[in-house]
Design a protein. Structure first.
Length: 353
């Protein structure tokens, strides 16, 4: 993600506690929402201060210039979390922060009641070891919601996780990417978006677009910029297969919504019929099998995969699995492994290159 942020013009990058902070103007903020493929949301950090009492929390929030972002009719709900802090009750913290925001805005707008019928300006808080951070959420729905996957199969991979794996696989404009367990097509579609330089958020809207404090022209400029950046000359191809014909139809429908259907070929077939082309990359999320019988079936699938998938060189493979002995059943030790969570399931990405 560091590379992505630098590419969109973000500066002063700092990594801490599962987040990356960076600086930028309104254009960079809009660009971040449109273009970051592995981020979950883009927040504006307003303040950071220490608080171990509710009075300290109240005064700290009341000092923020919220009127810069929140209009007299805007909705400003509060949500957040607290860990290892004296102020451990999240509902109480929400109430105090809301009260402080109301008092600040009452004094600035000279009104005693807020309709909250306008744009939604979500206030978020994080309290870690008595250090309070207050943010505004500019994204709205999580950035993994690209807009192309209105429907999905029973076990979809999150779009942001798929994009991160695509980066690890070093997908390029000329790549051939295969997924013999394509499901709803997420891995193939994310690979196509990356290869064709299509901004992942180009077909959706964001919360901050409705905020009066931001110039609507900025969002128009950045959407036009993203459209101009698309590389339609890329030779990228995606090849998918799934044993379920409904999954094949779903993949094609989602690819159509994403605007890259012409780059994808999908067929109904099981893993034994799959033939990986030379100079291609397999990226897949095969069935896991959580019950004993399903687990044995999954292990059999891993054996079959080992017979037909490449293990490096001109035929690379990137495979997600929670099975600790995946390599044994696949028949080859991975070139590298990387820990990840697919939803709540602890997995490994087995990389053969």
């Amino acid at each position: 993600m560091k590379y992505e942020i630098t590419k969109i013009g973000g500066t002063d990058l700092k990594v801490s506690d599962g987040k990356i902070s960076f600086s930028g103007d309104e254009n960079v903020l809009a660009r971040a929402n449109l273009c970051l493929s592995t981020a979950e949301r883009v927040l504006i950090e307003l303040i950071e201060f220490k608080a171990s009492t509710f009075e300290e929390l109240f005064q700290g929030v009341k000092a923020i210039e919220l009127e810069r972002f929140i209009g007299p009719k805007d909705a400003f709900p509060v949500k957040g979390h607290s860990l290892n802090s004296a102020l451990h009750s999240v509902p109480d913290c929400q109430a105090i922060i809301k009260k402080a925001a109301v008092e600040r805005l009452k004094s600035k707008y000279g009104i005693g009641w807020f309709e909250e019928t306008g744009a939604k300006v979500q206030i978020q808080f994080s309290i870690m070891k008595d250090v309070v951070s207050i943010y505004l959420d500019t994204s709205g729905a999580g950035l993994h919601k690209r807009g192309y996957r209105k429907n999905s199969n029973a076990a979809p991979i999150k779009e942001t996780l798929a994009a991160g794996i695509i980066d690890l696989a070093r997908v390029r404009p000329e790549s051939i990417v295969c997924d013999p367990f394509c499901g709803s097509g997420t891995l193939l579609i994310e690979a196509a978006l990356k290869a064709l330089k299509i901004a992942p958020g180009i077909n959706r809207r964001f919360a901050a677009e409705k905020w009066e404090c931001f110039d609507a022209k900025v969002w128009q400029e950045e959407r036009s910029r993203a459209i101009d950046n698309v590389d339609r000359t890329a030779q990228f191809q995606a090849i998918g297969a799934d044993i379920d014909d409904a999954a094949v139809a779903l993949t094609l429908d989602n690819a159509h919504k994403a605007g890259i259907k012409s780059r994808i070929k999908v067929e109904q077939a099981d893993i034994t019929k799959f033939r990986q082309p030379e100079d291609s990359i397999v990226i897949c999320n095969p069935p896991y099998g959580e019950r004993l019988l399903e687990l044995r079936q999954a292990e059999d699938i891993y054996r079959q995969m080992g017979r037909v998938l490449g293990k490096g060189g001109s035929r690379q493979s990137y495979i997600i699995s929670p099975h600790e002995e995946f390599e044994k059943f696949f028949g080859s030790e991975a070139s590298r492994r990387r820990k990840l969570y697919n939803g709540m399931i602890k997995c490994q990405l087995y990389m053969y290159f």
